[in-house]
Design a binder for this molecule. Structure first.
Ligand code: AMP
Ligand code: ZN
Ligand code: FE
Ligand code: FE
Length: 286
């Protein structure tokens, strides 16, 4: 009895369409999944439809990248139960996506300056939705510039790479206000990616809670036993909802399987029941 509350489709940088993703979730025996594409919820309607067709619960969601404090790594928030037409969120995402366009052209310019004959059109052709760094990585491998996706990130487009360009991000308060206003359940994604020790992570989580954070991902593909235990204790101590997911992206992250992560992931279905109870108590739809 397990679920996966963090997945990506072709609408952002995954390789399965929302329908294929939902079908796979059914095939591997999950009770429910959340579709949480980066900076967009445009695959949600299709996924919900597929959920009805295949008989599996689909939670409408998305993933937001927030500006993180100095010294911290990635700060991402997974939003669950986003409403059908969240006007405020759409405006914010339009701003983010606009920034991505500029960024993508900047990355191309840097790579070309370095003698790589990559084109914007070729990268764009790899994306069905949002164009992101995984599409650059695929193209760099296909051009023979790198031998793997990993190398493409390490040498070129990763955060320490030669062609790294930061992306436009929402400020934490701004993002949390929007999520509160639209009645979404907000979950701090992959807390390990903040790159902080437990004490510093907790301080940051407490700040986010003041802004309305509802929960955190305890179960995650990249969390080892110690991380899972530490984050679970933290969530319980702070009274946060416990969530979890694989961050499945299809073949761009071949080691991560839907629902199973790198093999040992298990996100119990009862966590979803607790989230629903919390929403009902707040008068929010489930
Ligand atoms: P972007 O939103 O364009 O900055 O791209 C972020 C995506 O790149 C996320 O799906 C990350 O998981 C992925 N990513 C970041 N670093 C790496 C890496 N070293 N190897 C593979 N994927 C990565
Ligand atoms: Zn992604
Ligand atoms: Fe993320
Ligand atoms: Fe993700």
């Amino acid at each position: 009895m397990s679920i996966d509350l963090h997945t990506h489709s072709t609408v952002s940088d995954g390789t399965l369409t929302p329908t294929e993703l939902v079908k796979l979730a059914k095939d591997v025996g999950l009770d429910a999944i959340a579709l949480t594409d980066h900076d967009t919820y445009s695959g949600v309607a299709e996924a919900m439809e597929a959920g009805k067709e295949f008989g599996i619960e689909v939670i409408p969601g998305c993933e937001l990248s927030l500006e993180s404090p100095d010294g911290a790594g990635w700060m991402h928030v997974v939003a669950l139960w986003i409403p059908e037409d969240p006007e405020e969120l759409k405006t914010a995402f339009d701003w983010v996506i606009e920034g991505r366009k500029t960024r993508n052209h900047e990355i191309i310019d840097i790579l070309r300056t370095q003698g790589i004959s990559i084109t914007y059109e070729a990268v764009a052709a790899r994306a069905q939705g949002t164009i992101g760094r995984p599409h650059f990585a695929q193209e760099l491998v296909s051009l023979g510039v790198c031998s793997s996706i990993n190398e493409a990130f390490k040498v070129w487009i990763g955060d320490d790479g030669r062609a790294y360009v930061p992306k436009r991000k929402l400020k934490p308060k701004q993002a949390m206000d929007i999520l509160n206003n639209i009645g979404a359940t907000s979950i701090l994604a992959h807390p390990f990616a903040l790159g902080l020790n437990f004490t510093k992570t907790e301080a940051l989580v407490r700040e986010l809670m003041k802004m309305g954070l509802d929960g955190m991902e305890v179960h995650y593909s990249e969390h080892n036993e110690a991380a899972t235990k530490g984050f679970k204790e933290m969530a319980e101590r702070l009274g946060l909802l416990v969530s979890g997911g694989s961050d499945f992206h299809g073949t761009v992250k071949p080691k991560i399987s839907l629902g199973k992560g790198k093999g040992g992931l298990h996100v119990p279905t009862e966590l979803l029941e607790k989230m629903k109870a919390d929403r009902r108590a707040k008068g929010l739809p489930v």
